[in-house]
Design a protein around this ligand. Structure first.
Ligand code: PMP
Length: 460
């Protein structure tokens, strides 16, 4: 049976009025955040250290002090507000649990009232499975995809298709669908029945592209080839990061994600976006799905939902997927869940974070600064060793020519030199990946790329 979007799908309706559903999902969250805002403390400062204050200073233990973290280590959205003040916010939200009407008793499905309501409100448009990390989401979305096809009588659809150079977290789900060789080599065959699309990075065709490359949409046609090989009736889901992060900011070519969507639609295959990095404002929109105007069937998220202050993740499941479970033979979403799913502390941190995103216009700041960020990143074109600069939203990568016979050492030396200048960077192979806090300002952006340029001029 070919998979069809169901008529009456609320997302179709939303498409008519030109509002993407994930925005709607976010709006529901944000409205809830506004409702609970009064109980949160006001006036949290959201600032980075002043620009100009980035020279490494030895502290009493003679350790280097980093003033700017250009990568928001591990790509978290990093409001980077004062920890003390944020802790007060979380405490306020958490203390609110003391009121019994706001607590769900069972830890396994408990969360703060507002998050719990968000969960249920979202079911009008989509359903949300609260989890603990991005990797857990990676496994969970695979389970849901298989379960979805099974409850619809297509249990033979078990194959999952990931992509080379993808990172989806640890655990057999994440590493099997993921495409990073060092993470895979130790674990043998991993999950059976997994194929990989080619990655889309090609220096010859797209070096120094600003934003999405013109070249490369045809690489999505590889999906047709893989699907034809196994027969579409055996394929459950395609899982991609909309912008690949961990292997060095690989921006999807224009039209590529749209092609994946239409091939999936044609063959009844679920399309899943891993938005652990891109979710919550990294591209200046709530989700990359909204940025690219491509609607997946599921979205996994983590990091940004609490700005990584407390571990939390989740899987957003669109209504047709949710309904398939509820109208299936068992009439239940899933029989098992995590002990710590929707943990009250994480929910409180989520509330505090989402309230700040809203009240401080954090996504808008990211969006407004993206052109400046692009310009600053591309100022490194022509700097020693630089063979590519690429960017989208507040993500950028600077790729270096590797030293002959010594791959990655040039990036490492640059990392060390930047660190000495008070700038923390993140390296991946011979690439430096930048994903600054969403509250970054222009002077700090100058400082980030200025420091990288300076370091590059000083190393061989
Ligand atoms: N997916 C992506 C795209 C990620 O970048 C990461 C972590 N960097 C994960 C999943 C895993 O998230 P976690 O570390 O929270 O398990």
């Amino acid at each position: 049976m070919a998979f069809q979007r169901q008529s009456g799908d609320p997302f179709d309706h939303l498409a008519d009025i030109n509002v993407t559903p994930l925005v709607d999902v976010m709006l529901v969250l944000l409205i809830i955040m506004m409702l609970i805002a009064p109980m949160l403390q006001q006036g949290v400062a959201v600032t980075l250290p002043e620009a100009g204050n980035t020279v490494a200073k030895p502290d009493t233990q003679n350790q280097t002090v980093v003033a700017i973290d250009s990568a928001n280590q591990l790509w978290v959205n990093g409001l980077q507000f004062s920890k003390g003040e944020f802790a007060e916010r979380v405490k306020a939200a958490y203390a609110d649990l003391g009121a019994t009407d706001k607590v769900l008793i069972d830890l396994g499905c408990s969360s703060h009232n507002a998050m719990w309501e968000a969960n249920h409100l979202l079911m009008f448009k989509a359903s949300l499975d609260w989890l603990t990390t991005g990797a857990v989401g990676g496994t969970r979305r695979g389970e849901i995809a298989l379960g979805y096809h099974r409850v619809r009588g297509e249990g033979q659809r078990t194959r999952l298709i990931g992509r080379e150079r993808a990172y989806h977290g640890v655990g057999f789900g994440g590493i099997s669908v993921g495409g990073m060789t060092p993470n895979r080599k130790t674990f043998g065959a991993m999950l059976p029945g997994v194929d990989h699309l080619p990655h889309t990075h090609n220096l010859e065709k797209m070096a120094f592209t600003r934003g999405q490359p013109e070249w490369g949409a045809h690489l999505a046609d590889e999906l047709e080839r893989i699907v034809a090989l196994h027969d579409p009736s055996n394929v459950a889901a395609v899982i991609v990061e909309p912008v690949q992060g961990s292997t060095g900011v690989i921006v999807p070519p224009k039209g590529y994600l749209q092609k994946l969507r239409s091939i999936c639609d044609k063959h009844g295959i679920l399309l899943i976006f891993d938005e652990v990095i891109t979710g919550f404002g990294r591209l200046g929109k709530a989700f990359a799905a909204e940025y690219f105007d491509v609607l997946p069937d599921m979205v996994t998220f983590a990091k940004g939902v609490t700005s990584a202050t407390v571990p939390m993740g989740g899987v957003i499941v669109r209504k047709h997927v949710y309904d398939a479970f509820m109208t299936g033979p068992d009439g239940i979403e899933l029989f098992h869940g995590y002990t710590y799913s929707g943990h009250p502390l994480a929910a409180a941190a989520g509330e505090a974070t989402l309230a700040l995103y809203h009240s401080e216009g954090i996504f808008e700041n990211a969006r407004a600064l993206s052109p400046y960020f692009e310009e600053a990143a591309h100022s490194l074109r022509g700097a020693p060793h630089v063979v590519d600069v690429r960017n989208l939203g507040l993500m950028a990568a600077i790729e270096f020519a590797p030293r002959p016979g010594k791959p990655t050492t040039r990036a490492y030396d640059t990392f060390v030199r930047c660190f000495e200048y008070g700038l923390l960077t993140r390296i991946s192979g011979d690439t430096i990946a930048c994903s600054p806090p969403l509250i970054v300002n222009k002077a700090q952006i100058d400082q980030i790329f200025g420091t990288i340029g300076k370091a590059l001029r000083e190393i061989d």
